[in-house]
Ligand binder design. Structure first.
Ligand code: NAI
Ligand code: 15L
Length: 266
């Protein structure tokens, strides 16, 4: 198998559960980690429960790990104080430990909320300045910048996968544009892990949907080719026909995140 030890953080989460079996062919041992309980390890798995904000625990977690799929952390808007611990300190602990242990590559589950304040009339690529729409989005921008710094300073490679909306089906009209099928998510991870050189790359994670807000031409060296399309759900979310649309969650790339109340602390 290509890797001896491949680490998946956030393994107990929605996407972690989807990935658990599907990444097995890529490593002799898949190390599954989360702050939440993961149950029993199955064949070819090792389970290490830990809080990403615990520096010493994360240092141990990375021992012998060649590559990481970093999906752990707070995955939607929350208080700034909570996000700092899980996403900012947590991701910094992960990068420092990866560097110390000689890990070669990290695939960082970044998010469309790094650019969530762009509008539905904007078509952007990876060179567009970030426009986070939430403290959550700001924390993903931090993760991306940290990855850039570690690459330039140490050579640790990262693909920042700016995931759109990865769920079984689109749940609203915005997700017709942002949807990433689970099969295409796995393909994005596979192509990111096995591309020869990635340096520091930003890859937008969507399926081959009819409408697109994000141009992946700056990541052509990854060779990501989505196979699914939200077209199969056509007609489920008809256009209101009114402009500007009264449903403002379709105005911004980040949808409702851009409009949610700001909570600094509990
Ligand atoms: P999720 O919330 O279901 O999973 C996140 C996991 O991280 C949870 O199991 C949680 O227990 C764990 N976690 C939270 N704080 C932690 C900490 N301090 N230490 C260790 N583990 C901690 O989210 P989901 O949907 O599975 O997303 C996974 C990753 O992908 C997240 O980083 C999210 O930001 C990112 N993402 C997901 C998208 C989607 O459409 N599902 C879109 C964009 C980004
Ligand atoms: C995300 O970053 C979240 O993790 C996910 O739960 C969805 O809200 C997704 O973005 C989205 O924008 O649809």
């Amino acid at each position: 198998k290509p890797f001896k030890r491949l680490l998946l953080t956030g393994a107990a989460g929605g996407l972690g559960k989807v990935l658990r079996d599907r990444i097995k062919p890529w490593a002799d041992v898949v190390v599954l980690s989360d702050i939440a309980d993961l149950g029993e390890a199955r064949e070819g798995e090792e389970i290490i429960q830990c809080d990403l904000s615990d520096k010493a625990a994360v240092m141990q977690l990375l021992e012998g790990v060649e590559a990481v799929l970093h999906f752990g952390g707070i995955s939607t808007e929350n208080t700034f104080e909570n996000i700092v611990q899980a996403n900012i300190i947590g991701t910094a602990n992960l990068y420092e430990a990866a560097h110390k242990h000689g890990t070669r590559r990290i695939i960082f589950a970044s998010s469309n909320h790094t650019v969530g304040f762009y509008r539905n009339t904007d078509y952007i690529d990876a060179t567009a300045p970030t426009r986070p729409d939430s403290f959550y989005g700001v924390s993903k921008c931090f993760g991306e910048q940290l990855a850039s710094y570690y690459y330039d300073r140490t050579g640790l490679e990262t693909v920042c996968l700016r995931i759109g909306s990865s769920f079984p089906e689109p749940a609203d009209r915005r997700m017709m544009v942002t949807w990433l099928s689970y099969d295409d998510l796995v393909e994005a991870l596979r192509s990111s892990l096995f591309a020869t050189r990635v340096g520091f790359t930003i890859l937008f994670g969507t399926s081959d949907n009819d409408v697109a807000w994000w141009d992946n031409s700056k990541a052509s060296h990854i060779g990501y080719r989505p196979k699914d399309s939200s077209k199969q759900f056509d007609g489920k979310f008809p256009d209101s026909g009114v402009y500007p649309d009264p449903n403002s969650s379709v105005t911004y790339h980040g949808g409702a995140f851009a409009l949610a109340p700001m909570r600094f602390k509990d």
